[in-house]
Design a protein around this ligand. Structure first.
Ligand code: AP5
Length: 217
């Protein structure tokens, strides 16, 4: 099964993709994570992407569809892919169709995570991760159990994404409204779109997605 999780920044795409990966053995393909890894490694793609990402705008279609194509050539994705943050433009949506059909695969669902954008600014600006293992925390919703200590690995350093400030979040949301939300009708016409309430708690959102994948929604 191949699915897209679609929603604005902070909707919970990454959170739910990680759950699905852990619970169903599907593979999370997050273009945001892949680009951040390229930035960290200082690859030519990372060098090109860094300033664009820091400003909250979208990296070129060519770059992201290229990295998704390379990732889909890896055998682990054959069990099923969760596209997290891709596609984000009409051109990417068309590329994804080609990338999948060239490999004899198809898209099963596009799950739109519906949210209240105002609540998302708090969600995003408050989040931070363990610098060692990447476990996620939040200033308001999920502090480490012991102050300044990761619950998972015991590390004491945490980090925040450079694009998680209020101003950049607003640019990312504007990009979503202008370029990403308009691709929904492309999938609606094919009967692939399902919707979940992203304002529910994380477990409930997960249950709604599970019901769709199990064909019970
Ligand atoms: P990317 O990394 O994809 O960022 P994003 O889409 O802005 O999404 P986020 O990771 O911020 O949010 P999310 O929906 O995954 O939410 P999360 O689960 O973390 O992209 C970053 C940049 O890379 C882009 O701006 C662009 O420059 C570039 N890029 C990436 N892909 C691209 C593409 N295809 N084309 C072009 N450029 C691309 O949750 C957020 C917080 O809320 C967390 O703290 C979480 O714990 C919490 N939370 C989650 N669910 C709930 C809930 N139900 N209730 C309460 N809290 C919740």
């Amino acid at each position: 099964m191949n699915i897209i999780l679609l929603g604005p920044p902070g909707a919970g795409k990454g959170t739910q993709a990680s759950r699905l990966e852990a619970e169903r053995g599907m593979v999370q393909l997050s273009t945001g994570d892949m680009l951040r890894a390229a930035v960290k490694a200082g690859t030519p793609t990372g060098v090109k992407a860094k300033a664009v990402m820091d400003s909250g705008q979208l990296v070129s279609d060519e770059i992201v569809s290229g990295i998704i194509g390379e990732r889909l050539d890896m055998a682990d994705t054959e069990v099923g892919a969760i596209f997290d943050g891709y596609p984000r433009t009409a051109a990417q949506a068309e590329s994804l169709d080609t990338l999948l059909s060239d490999r004899g695969r198809k898209l099963d669902y596009v799950i739109e995570i519906q949210v209240d954008e105002e609540a998302l600014v708090e969600r995003i600006t408050g989040r931070f991760t363990c610098a060692n293992c990447g476990a996620g925390y939040h200033d308001s919703f999920k502090q480490p159990k012991v102050a300044d200590t990761c619950d998972v690995c015991g590390h004491h350093e945490f980090k925040r994404r450079p694009d998680d400030n209020a101003e950049t979040v607003r640019t990312r949301m504007a990009e979503y409204r202008a370029k990403t939300a308009p691709i929904l009708p492309f999938y609606e016409a094919r009967g692939l779109v399902r919707r979940v309430d992203g304002m529910a708690d994380m477990a409930e959102v997960g249950a709604q997605i599970a019901a769709i994948l199990d064909d019970k929604a």
